[in-house]
Design a protein around this ligand. Structure first.
Ligand code: PGA
Length: 231
């Protein structure tokens, strides 16, 4: 399954100046070659700032479901993300499903575009129906389920400071693998911080974490990484 994967999800936060400070802190305190894979999902305009940081993978928070060079003002294509050196793309985050009406069909199209350009989609789900829809959609497009990472993020746990029940997370992680295959990488997301990360990352079936609020300050994010590395 590889090293644990930790992805920071900055959402609509950060400015150039803040990212410069974040990176200074990160680069001086995180050792290269630690047995962990770290990605940061920065807002599109700032992705370029993370490109030169060794040991850090680039992630995007979304991708267009439309083809590159089609006429869709405001969209960013999978090809453009690949061109920037992006590795992971968050797809179907519950905030996008809720606030932008993103459907399971949109999610599958975004996965399709991402995979077509060599990106790894990190598909966020909050229940088993979304996992089953993903499975059906992948099959419909002739895509192998191994092309996706899945992040289980229960709605009540996101940004609430109330992470999900451990037993429930383990049950869902195993259920996701039951649907999509044992070797699928499954992350947990929802109020993860340095104090609780080991409990979640240590669960059977959980291969890493997606971190929103606690990734905004480099010091907090570094503490989470150090906790994971010390495991
Ligand atoms: P949170 O966000 O860590 O602030 O709960 C997680 C997410 O939305 O991915």
């Amino acid at each position: 399954m590889g090293y644990p994967l930790i992805i920071a999800n900055w959402k609509l936060n950060q400015t150039q100046a803040e990212i410069k400070l974040w990176l200074e802190d990160f680069v001086s305190r995180v050792r290269l070659g630690d047995p962990i894979e770290v990605a940061v999902a920065a807002p599109f305009p700032y992705l370029f700032m993370l490109r030169e940081v060794k040991g850090l993978q680039l992630a995007a928070q979304d991708v267009s479901r439309f083809e590159h060079a089609s006429s869709h003002t405001g969209e960013v294509s999978a090809r453009q993300l690949a061109d920037l050196g992006v590795e992971y793309v968050i797809v179907g985050h519950s905030e996008r499903r809720r606030d932008f009406g993103e459907t399971n069909e949109d999610v599958v199209l975004k996965v399709f575009r991402s995979v077509s350009w060599g990106l790894t989609p990190v598909v966020c789900v909050s229940n088993l129906e979304e996992v089953e829809a993903l499975d059906a959609g992948l099959k419909g497009k002739g895509l192998a389920s191994r092309c996706v990472v899945v992040a289980y993020e229960p709605l009540e746990a996101i940004g609430s400071g109330k992470p999900a029940d451990l037993g429930e997370v383990q049950r869902m992680a195993l259920a996701i693998k039951g649907v999509l295959g044992e070797n699928r990488r499954v992350l947990y997301g929802g109020s993860v911080d340095a104090d609780n990360v080991l409990k979640y990352a240590g669960l059977a079936g959980v291969d890493g974490v997606l971190v929103g609020t606690a990734s905004l300050k480099a010091s907090n994010f570094i503490q989470i990484i150090k906790a994971l590395v010390s495991k």
